[in-house]
Design a protein around this ligand. Structure first.
Ligand code: ARE
Ligand code: CA
Length: 480
């Protein structure tokens, strides 16, 4: 369950947070497929509690496992998966099976069906009181593993996954998604479920659909949300036996680094997982920010970088995509001030589709995945996939550079002094176009160029007063 099953040389997924299925299908065809993205994580697809003012987080309050939400219905979901697979883009679903909704009275779901959360009754599944953990309690002490697993996470009614009946319902939901052609699942709140129950569930999930184009015997990619920054009873290392884990430490380390609050030169030993207490690379899914920590939910706090700090954010993303560690995920957001605020919607609560003008999203959608500095680094990662990290250089402070074999080279300047340095790029001789500031159009570079000599050396310059970019990236496909 640790292989994302990307098509060809693709390496990176994007979380199209709160996007509608029809819009995702179109984005796969128009942009993600042609530009080399490997997959899309979609927001929870199953029926959820309809809440006042439609906050984004209502989607983490399940009412049933029917595929119907503000993103669309089952037919639309099916059509999206098919169209994305067709252009080489895989779909990963955010699944919420630790709990059902919190209390609400009356409570109705996105299909219009009603439930009685206060009585632990969800007829759409159906679940009744006996399927939940008793006695009902609220998680307060993260130093007590049993409490973390068997009590409610902020009042969300906690299912008992040790029951065969509950497991069967969850497996049926997962298998339905697989029949529809998805490549994997994010397991929300995995920390709040017992690893042994999850192992039983994972073992019983189907192989990926042959009809959707997956090789025989492919297991779905499973990446579990286990926030572990150390110092709690539950450890992420309980979860990486057969499936992957989201490495939350990563975005926090990157936040400190690229804000200039820690020393970039220390990143030379990112591979030293003991130093940073990170998952082994093949077990980790990493990101700079996610839908929670970009708005102060979940872990990470104010150190997390987001689209609101574009220069530092683009540097951190470039580092993540240039460095071989982990499976990478790019966040794609909508503009927000209020952390509860849902996606752009009309007065009836229908989500308004992103509109794209000159390649950029407008109408409240940020679409980081369409920023040239980000999608060109996704292409960089695809190109250097499998190449060793080499030619590590640092000034001992906040200027670093490294190459990926002889195919790509990056340099970063996160300090107050200019970077002006002769460096070994590992690249063949030639003139290269920096893909952060431009691209090759009709044989000409629209951004900075760098000349690499016969020995692979080049003069690398990143000025500290550049307000837009603190990173430079070269690769063999952007050679003039
Ligand atoms: C909402 C309201 C609550 C209300 C509840 C029930 O905000 O006030 O009590 O509804 O009515 C998201 C939102 C929540 C929201 C929930 C349901 O973030 O605010 O609650 O949806 O609508 C812990 C978990 C981790 C979880 C984070 C947020 O371990 O699993 O909290 N993240 C996932 C998703 C979220 C989602 C849920 C889980 C629930 O990514 O988007 O919640 O499905 C330390 C610990 C962490 C802990 C963290 C924050 O760092 O180590 O384990 O994370 O604190 O408490
Ligand atoms: Ca639980």
């Amino acid at each position: 369950h640790k292989d994302p099953h990307y098509v060809g040389d693709r390496t990176t997924m994007v979380h199209l947070f709160e996007w509608k299925f029809n819009d995702i299908a179109k984005e796969c065809e128009d942009f993600l497929g042609p530009m080399g993205y490997g997959g899309v994580q979609v927001s929870p697809v199953n029926e959820n509690l309809v809440m006042d003012n439609r906050p984004w987080f209502e989607r983490y309050q399940p009412i049933s496992y029917k595929i119907i939400s503000r993103s669309g219905n089952e037919d639309e979901f099916k059509d999206m998966v098919k169209r994305c697979n067709k252009v080489g883009v895989r779909i990963y679903v955010d699944t919420v099976v630790n709990h059902m909704s919190g209390d609400a009275n009356p409570a109705y779901g996105t299909s219009g069906a009603s439930a009685k959360p206060n009585e632990l009754s969800y007829p759409g599944v159906p679940y009744s009181s006996k399927n939940f953990n008793h006695p009902t309690c609220t998680i307060q002490n993260y130093n007590n593993a049993t409490e973390v697993r068997n009590c409610e996470l902020s009042g969300l009614h906690d299912l008992d996954q040790s029951q065969k009946y509950v497991r069967d319902k969850i497996i049926k939901f997962f298998n339905k998604l697989i029949d529809l052609g998805v490549a994997g699942l994010r397991v929300d709140a995995a920390k709040h479920m017992w690893p042994k129950d999850l192992e039983v569930i994972y073992k019983r999930i189907k192989k990926l659909s042959r009809k959707a184009g997956f090789p025989p015997k492919s297991l779905p990619y499973i990446y579990q949300e286990v926030i572990d920054l150390g110092g709690e009873a539950v450890s992420k290392f309980e979860y990486n036996k057969t499936a992957a884990v989201i490495e939350f430490q990563y975005g926090i380390v990157m936040g400190y680094m690229f804000r200039g609050e820690d020393n970039l030169s220390r990143l030379s030993s990112l591979e030293d997982t003991n130093k940073w207490r990170m998952m082994p690379s093949r077990d980790a899914l990493v990101m700079i920010d996610n839908h929670d920590n970009q708005r102060g939910h979940g872990a990470g706090g104010e150190k997390i970088l987001t689209y609101k700090d574009p220069k530092m954010y683009k540097m951190a993303i470039a580092f993540m995509l240039a460095h071989p560690y982990g499976q990478t995920r790019v966040m794609s957001s909508y503009v927000f001030d209020d952390p509860s605020q849902g996606p752009p919607a009309d007065s009836n609560g229908n989500i308004i589709s992103p509109e794209i003008v000159d390649g950029k999203c407008v109408k409240g959608w940020v679409c980081e995945h369409r920023w040239p500095q980000i999608y060109r680094m996704v292409q960089f990662r695809n190109l250097v996939n499998g190449e060793k990290l080499e030619n590590w250089w640092s000034n001992g402070n906040n200027q670093i550079a490294f190459s990926r074999g002889g195919k790509g080279f990056v340099a970063f300047n996160a300090e107050k002094d200019d970077l002006k340095q002769g460096l070994q790029t590992g690249l063949p001789e030639g003139v290269y176009c920096d893909v952060i500031t431009g691209e090759v159009v009709d044989g000409k570079c629209s951004g900075r160029t760098v000349e690499v000599d016969a020995k692979g050396n080049a003069l690398i310059e990143i000025l500290s007063n550049d307000t837009d970019e603190g990173v430079l990236a070269l690769h063999i496909q952007a050679k003039l």
